[in-house]
Design a protein around this ligand. Structure first.
Ligand code: F6R
Length: 612
């Protein structure tokens, strides 16, 4: 949440920072701001999107070869021009942008007010810039030392970038629990919340670690020290990210592009990990820890949001195929209760961004208790990927639409492959079933393509239910978590209230809601409970609900009773969520579009939730 971009070098900073902020807009779009230095320090801030900032800055002095920018997701203080970053110190010399939350801001603020500091905004961030100013003035420190001192007093999470008008040839960045990446260009440096604003200029990056402070200088020098002043020798990494991956590529929205990428991204998630012909699955990240994984008393899957839904399907997969007991936890709950975690437990964290604050904190807690940490992550080099003992990247490529789509299916692929790999190792899968699963897995990308061909039909159904105020999603077994995911997709981008339920639970309460205005989306593909789902549909129809049923190709019975059906190809039941979720994604997309919603940047949301 919140995106940071900073530049120092020979080029004009403004276009680089604005383009970078656009790339990071998925992290927040409540307000945006920029500070540029060119003899004088100019700061422009505006409520709204990066485009609003650009409109505001038009015709103004935007010159400068050093600058810092920010796109905000509001935590403390409403989204307006004053609360927008950058924040400026009382003496007007120091500017700062921040991602995270300073938890002890009110104590710090009180102390600073007593010392004569005056505050303009309602943000927690502003205390940092005043604190840095205070240390600098009191002890006559260079900016990097003043930042270091100030951060020893700050409790909470931060990625910050700071600039001092008195030292125009350097920028200082620091991180704790919020990401910050340093890009090393030719006689230029970039600092950003992720590598996407940097990749156009350089693929050489340093991922800062917690409590590290970096100072970059115009002369090409940089230094990384810890908050305790230990000099670090950080690893320079070369990232493999192509600029086309960050563009819409002819699609109207990133979400649609990402839905359509799934045949390819699912293949990428499988690449090198499975060969049905030769009869093997090998998930690289597991091999060095196989004894611990196969011998685990239980696994705890921790995640948030859509990743939590993938984790629920993971529970079905691991218990069904590998017979390992699994508990699925909301990361935010796991970290704050007093869970029993033993050394023989394995904690599997699922996260697209690899930066979700609650998931990170849950992992840190489990690490202290000695559990093995396994990460299933998309974002290469992210905090969760680095904190875990081992793990597997899902290789879905950058996901920019705020509503997760392709990352979800790639998480499912990795979970399924892991469950098959473990099942084979533990001897819980018969050879014939194992082979059947392998072949079925390899056919998934083509089957996803087949479902995508039905977009027009799904669009038509979207038109029929777009004015609903509520919607119910029902599924059983492997497809119950898909019902939860379908409901989440609908509510987050179309703002229609939606609930997902295990189909059989409907009669224990939600059935009271059903009337002629209520669309009920039923996943009716389970071979094992087909008749039961048919009964559930009858119960909805008896109360005049509108039934949209996801059925297997060739289904006859449900077609007769449902208002609308969407056919999907058959596969083995453990892999069916990879197919049944696709119509859900397209349905939400089209409903949101028809309701005039901003599909890629839904209100109040941001991708990469780096605050608790
Ligand atoms: C919903 C969505 C969110 C994320 C959640 C966790 O479409 O994207 O619910 O799934 O914020 O994010 P990650 O996976 O980055 O940890």
């Amino acid at each position: 949440m919140c995106g940071i971009v900073a530049y120092i070098g020979k080029e004009q900073a403004y276009p680089i920072i604005i383009e970078g902020l656009r790339r990071l807009e998925y992290r927040g779009y409540d307000s945006a701001g920029i500070a540029l230095m060119n003899g004088e320090l100019n700061t422009y801030k505006k409520k709204g999107k990066v485009q609003d900032l650009e409109d505001f800055a038009e015709g103004k002095n935007i010159k400068g070869t050093v600058g810092i920018g920010h796109t905000r997701w509001a935590t403390h203080g409403k989204p307006d021009d004053i609360n927008a970053h950058p924040h400026v110190s009382g003496n007007g010399d120091i500017v700062l942008v921040h991602n995270g939350i300073i938890e002890n801001y009110s104590q710090l603020k009180e102390a600073l007010i007593e010392l004569g500091h005056e505050f303009e905004s309602a943000t927690d961030t502003e205390v940092l810039v005043h604190l840095i100013e205070q240390y600098q003035a009191k002890e006559n420190l260079p900016i990097e030392k003043a930042v270091q001192k100030a951060l020893t007093k700050a409790v909470g999470a931060y990625a910050i970038v700071v600039f001092d008008r008195k030292s125009p040839d350097r920028i200082v960045g620091a991180r704790k629990s919020s990401p910050l990446v340093l890009g090393l260009g030719k006689e230029e440096f970039f600092l950003a919340s992720d590598a996407t604003p940097i990749i156009k200029f350089t693929n050489k990056v340093i991922y800062l670690n917690d409590e590290e402070i970096v100072t970059v200088k115009r002369n090409g020098d940089y230094e990384v020290v810890t908050i305790d002043n230990e000099i670090q020798n950080p690893e320079v990494q070369e990232i493999d990210l192509k600029i086309e991956e960050l563009e819409k590529g002819g699609y109207d929205h990133f979400m649609l592009k990402e839905i359509y990428q799934q045949p390819k991204t699912i293949k990428e998630s499988m690449r090198g990990r499975i060969n049905a012909e030769e009869g093997w699955v090998t998930v690289g990240g597991m091999q060095d820890h196989m004894t611990r994984l196969t011998g685990a008393d239980r696994m705890i899957f921790a995640a948030c949001g859509t990743s939590w839904h993938a984790a629920l399907i993971g529970e079905y997969l691991f218990e069904d195929l590998a017979r390992i007991p699994v508990e699925v936890e909301y990361a935010s709950e796991l970290r704050y209760r007093n869970p029993v975690i033993r050394e023989n437990d394995v904690i599997v964290a699922l996260s697209q961004s690899g930066e979700t604050a609650d998931t990170l904190a849950a992992l840190e807690m489990a690490k202290k208790k000695g559990a093995l940490l396994y990460g299933i992550v998309n974002n290469v080099g992210s905090s969760i990927a680095r904190l875990t003992d081992c793990g597997s990247y899902i290789h879905a490529g950058p996901e920019i639409g705020v509503a997760s789509t392709k990352a979800f299916t790639s998480q499912l692929v990795v979970l399924a492959l892991m469950a098959m790999n473990l099942g084979k190792e533990r001897g819980t899968l018969s050879n014939s079933y194992y082979r059947q699963l392998l072949y079925a897995m390899e056919q998934i990308p083509d089957k996803v393509s087949q479902i995508l061909e039905q977009e027009e039909k799904i669009k038509y159904i979207a038109g029929e239910i777009k004015n609903a105020q509520n919607a119910l999603y029902l599924g059983r077994g492997y497809n119950f978590p898909v019902a939860l995911e379908g409901a989440l997709k609908l509510k987050e981008i179309s703002y229609i209230h939606a609930e997902g339920y295990p189909a059989a639970e409907m009669k224990h309460g939600p059935i009271a809601l059903i009337d002629m205005y209520m669309p009920v989306i039923v996943i009716a593909t389970n071979q094992s409970a087909y008749e039961k789902v048919v009964s559930n549909i009858q119960e909805v129809k008896a109360r005049k609900g509108i039934v949209i049923a996801i059925v297997l190709e060739g289904d006859k019975e449900i077609k007769k009773i449902a208002d609308f059906t969407i056919e999907i190809p058959e596969t083995v039941e453990p892999l069916s969520p990879l197919l049944s979720v696709i119509p859900m994604q397209l349905l939400s997309y089209h409903i949101a579009l028809m309701r005039g919603c901003n599909v890629d940047q839904p209100r109040n949301l941001a991708k990469s939730v780096t605050v608790e």
